[in-house]
Design a protein around this ligand. Structure first.
Ligand code: C5P
Length: 250
């Protein structure tokens, strides 16, 4: 396709890839993290609804645990989701990076903006999703939502034996640090190139685009977009849902 025949960024269609194939061992024993319930509904369903809440999103690709695609598909079928959004389920891989790549491979050709959103961030507000999409539409090849840090961060020399004191090697200026969330938004061709080019182990997709030498920009994140990682995060997530229900007048 020539560049002329492509839709402009302002009318580009947006797809979301949700890697949900992790085991979530830090949450303790039990179902894979994405399938844990929050107020009776699996975390993954909250995450899918959070993405589908954006009118700009027309497709959500869920990357399921490698042997769990049929289960995840029935789960999506069993929950009410917006009709304007299409859903696909594909099996994931060994690492988050592999899972995202498998999700990208499943994308039909007609989506020029791709968001990648962790199933483990089920409560991200739609305004954050829309702000990410807007910034990609505005021409940024990669966009991340992020928040300033409350804690001072130290770089250490990791201990060789667990439990040994670790020497601090640096204290980066907190004013220049941001804690990065998802959804991260990308020009589709850029994200695919990043996944084809970068083979280092990374913890987010934007850092792969950084390694291509392109500029990644930050938009304001949201405190409710936190990652559910440890048991206490489940308590916090249910408290957020309870507050939303109160505010919605139920
Ligand atoms: O482990 P962590 O919390 O960093 O995982 C982030 C996201 O990546 C989670 O939504 C998890 O389900 C997903 N993941 C995946 N495939 C893996 C490992 C993690 O889709 N092999």
């Amino acid at each position: 396709m020539s560049d002329d025949s492509r839709p402009s960024r302002s009318e580009a269609r947006t797809a979301v890839v949700i890697p949900a194939a992790g085991k979530g061992v830090r949450l303790g024993p039990g179902a894979p993290k994405a399938l844990r319930a929050l107020n009776g509904t699996p975390m993954l369903i909250h995450a899918v609804r959070a993405m589908a809440a954006s009118r700009a999103v027309s497709l959500v690709v869920v990357v399921a645990p490698p042997d769990g695609a049929p289960e995840v598909k029935s789960l999506l079928d069993a929950h009410a989701l917006p009709e304007r959004t299409d859903f696909l389920v594909v099996p994931g891989g060994e690492t988050r990076q592999e899972s995202v790549k498998l999700g990208l491979d499943a994308l039909p050709p007609d989506h020029d903006i791709v968001l990648v959103h962790d199933a483990a961030r089920p409560l991200v507000p739609v305004d954050t999703v829309d702000a990410v999409i807007e910034a990609v539409r505005g021409g940024a090849p990669a966009v991340v939502p992020a928040l300033p840090l409350a804690d001072t961060v130290k770089e250490v020399e990791p201990a060789r034996t667990s439990g040994d004191p670790e020497p601090v090697v640096a204290t980066p200026s907190r004013a220049r640090l941001r804690a990065v969330q998802t959804p991260q938004g990308f020009d589709r061709a850029t994200l695919i190139r990043a996944h084809e080019t970068v083979t280092d182990d990374v913890t987010d997709d934007a850092s792969m685009v950084e390694q291509l030498g392109l500029t990644v920009v930050v938009v304001p994140g949201h405190e409710e977009a936190f990652k559910v990682t440890r048991p206490l995060d489940l308590v916090l997530a249910e408290a957020v849902l309870a507050r939303r229900r109160l505010n919605d007048g139920f």
